[in-house]
Each structure stands twice: as structure tokens, then as C-alpha cells.
Design a protein around this ligand. Structure first.
Ligand SMILES: [Mg+2]
Length: 171
């Protein structure tokens, strides 16, 4: 299965779970293309230490001298009209819309966590890790979601592909 360039797999890492928290890392991949990841300007005001530990901030953040300011100008243009594919993408895209002051991507998005409900007979989402575990349990090779934006994009793309293939097999 060749993934369309209309699809953009995307994930962000944040300083916490509320709207008061900032995005500090964004990764995306267009269709089959390599994952592109940047660390962006952010504040640690209100930061949730547990969230920062989970997403590797203390190990991986390169420092404010290395954040890419242009990403906030370029990325909304790259996403223009694209269909976002993510694990619970509304979390990321609400925050990006707030950050950028506009929504350039298509108003319909794909959530792999919802895609998986009928496949695994679930009544509610189990998170990306829950999907990785279930797919690995079926014998598929799925990269662990490592809570880096880039790693989670790779995992999300793999999960999307496998769920599409499982749907196709059922027909
Ligand atoms: Mg992530």
C-alpha cells in the first residue's frame, strides 16, 4: 500500500496536557516521506514535570538556541489542505491552531485510535501504546511509541497502514 501525499502524519510533544501548556516539539511526515522533526520556541511556565519526563524533554531538548523559529511560519503552509493523521489528532491540532492563529489543514482528520475500535472490538480508545501492544500481539512488527514526536509519527504511520490492511483483509 502506497500512502497518499494528501496524508500528513503528525505528532507534537507538549509541556503538559492543558491548553495553558506549550508545544515544544513537532514532527510530521507527508505520505511515505521521511519524518521531519523540529523543536520550537516555548515557555516552561506552568510546565508539568511528569509530562516533560515522559516525553524526554530533559534528555532531548537541545536548548533555546537551537529552536527553529521558521517552523512556525513554514509548517502551516506545508499543511495546507492536507488530511492530518494522528493518534487523537484533535489534541495536537487544537494547540497548533492556537499557536499559529489559523487552521490551514483539512477540517476532517483521521484518528488511528478511532480507526482501531471495530478492529479490536473496543468501546473507547486505548491510546497509541495500547494499539502497538495489540498489533504486536497479532505478530506485526510495530515500532514502540517512544514519546518523541518523530518516533510517535513513525508508530502512527505504521499503525495506520496495518489498520488499513486489516480492514482490507476482512472484506
Ligand atoms: Mg507523542
Amino acid at each position: 500500500m502506497i500512502l497518499s501525499n494528501d496524508l500528513v502524519f503528525l505528532d507534537t510533544e507538549t509541556t503538559g496536557l492543558t491548553m495553558d501548556h506549550d508545544i515544544w516539539e513537532i514532527a510530521m511526515a507527508v505520505g511515505e516521506s521521511p519524518v521531519w522533526s523540529v523543536q520550537v520556541p516555548h515557555s516552561l511556565r506552568n510546565a508539568d514535570k511528569k509530562a516533560l519526563e515522559l516525553n524526554g524533554y530533559f534528555k532531548r531538548f537541545l536548548g533555546l538556541d537551537y529552536v527553529i523559529h521558521l517552523a512556525d511560519i513554514d509548517m502551516p503552509l506545508w499543511l495546507e489542505g492536507k488530511t492530518i493523521v494522528g493518534a487523537n489528532p484533535s489534541f495536537d491540532m487544537y494547540r497548533l491552531e492556537k499557536r499559529w492563529g489559523r487552521q490551514t489543514w483539512h477540517y476532517r482528520m483521521v484518528d488511528v485510535e478511532s480507526m482501531a475500535l471495530p478492529v479490536f472490538d473496543l468501546d473507547k480508545p486505548v491510546g497509541l501504546k495500547g494499539l502497538v501492544d495489540r498489533l504486536q500481539g497479532l505478530g506485526y512488527d510495530v515500532p514502540e511509541n517512544d514519546h518523541s514526536a518523530a518516533g510517535d509519527v513513525e508508530t502512527t504511520r505504521c499503525v495506520y497502514r496495518l489498520l488499513r490492511e486489516l480492514g482490507r483483509e476482512r472484506k
